[in-house]
Design a protein around this ligand. Structure first.
Ligand code: FSX
Ligand code: SF4
Length: 336
């Protein structure tokens, strides 16, 4: 079965790109082959980050990076971690290229804290964005500030959209799932700008809270909560809410997409979600292993989180107080 570009657009528009891409993993390769023969120029910049986003990218399987480059006809003249060139040769390449897609990994601090080829990273970001087609911010650092912008923020780390003063395609996650990065790039190459939410995230991947489709959701609904980390193994049949799971306020499709080639996801492995894809991460999720309602930022101090709860209350997702009421109502809940 092959999927034409027209089918792809039609399906993506009706049932969501995520569902299309998940269902037609192998067929998507045939769509890639229809991409322009000219080649698409993609430049990848790295600022304040840990390179985890790039490491995640190269674990991609649907498509893998090889397919993405060869079948999408993507030319990547500049990527600090994987290109062969270095020094002046690398910077000359950067100066010469006019990218169709500019991908930025890592947050953007004040000029003195981060340089690329001896130039302030913030200047390189602005210069390259001005001559690029689509700007994609990968990772929570680039999309929302992330760990470098955590409380205190001594380097004045900011997101790409803050620095550029405009909306970009944001793919959060620390790190993001490789599918999110590769499939967004695939869409852009095919001329499809993914539908974005009010925080610039592709709705195909970030429209529901992770909690909605968690394999432990039944234990949550029954009020069976792990009391500590001696009960987080899946065999205990407990929900991780009380050991700090942040999935009820974190939007992403991790529960169904899973990581490591679809093998597993944090909660199934006994680790509560730490909310790494949340716009307020890490402050909104800290302390990481403390029950959500005991996290100070969650009860209204943090304006971003407060806004998100309001969105949930409007019907898009779970509202904090609805979560709490749901637990309290249950006869087995220890909160009663
Ligand atoms: Fe940030 Fe990329 Fe977290 Fe790391 O560099 S999103 S720290 S996984 O990898 O930017
Ligand atoms: Fe799963 Fe966490 Fe929700 Fe419990 S609170 S059902 S572990 S996502």
């Amino acid at each position: 079965m092959s999927v034409t570009r027209r089918d792809f657009l039609k399906l993506a528009g009706t049932i969501g790109a995520g569902a299309v891409l998940g269902t037609y993993k192998s067929e998507i390769a045939s769509v890639f082959a229809q991409a322009a023969d000219d080649g698409v120029k993609l430049v990848w910049l790295q600022g304040q980050g840990c390179t985890g986003c790039t490491v995640s990218l190269i674990q991609g399987t649907h498509p893998d990076l090889y397919d993405a480059i060869l079948k999408l006809h993507v030319d990547i003249p500049f990527h600090p971690a994987i290109m062969a060139a270095s020094g002046k040769e690398a910077m000359d390449t950067l100066d010469a290229v006019k990218p169709d897609i500019l991908v930025i990994e890592g947050s953007v601090p004040d000029a003195e804290y981060c340089e690329v080829g001896g130039r302030p990273f913030i200047d390189v970001v602005k210069t390259m964005a001005a001559k690029s087609g689509v700007v994609v911010a990968v990772g929570s650092c680039s999309a929302f500030g992330g760990i470098p912008a955590a409380k205190g923020n001594p380097t004045n780390a900011r997101s790409v959209s803050e620095v550029l003063g405009k909306t970009v395609v944001n793919i959060p996650g620390c790190p993001p799932h490789p599918d999110w990065m590769l499939l967004v790039v695939a869409s852009v190459v095919l001329g499809i700008i993914p539908e974005l939410d009010d925080k610039g995230r592709p709705v195909a991947f970030f429209s529901e809270e992770i909690h909605e489709n968690c394999a432990r959701r039944g234990y949550y609904d029954r009020g069976d909560f792990a009391k500590d980390f001696t009960e987080t193994d899946m065999s205990y049949e407990k929900c991780l809410w009380k050991v700090g799971c942040k999935a009820p306020i974190t939007r992403a499709d991790c529960s169904v997409r899973k990581f490591n080639n679809g093998v597993n996801v944090c909660m199934n492995a006994g680790a509560p979600c730490i909310g790494c894809a949340d716009p307020g991460f890490p402050d909104s999720a800290s302390p990481l292993y403390v029950e959500l309602e005991k996290v100070p930022t969650f009860v209204g101090i943090d304006t971003d989180t407060a806004g998100k709860v309001a969105i949930g209350a409007a019907g898009v997702g779970i509202a904090a107080h609805a979560v709490r009421r749901g637990i309290k109502k249950h006869p087995k809940s220890k909160e009663e």
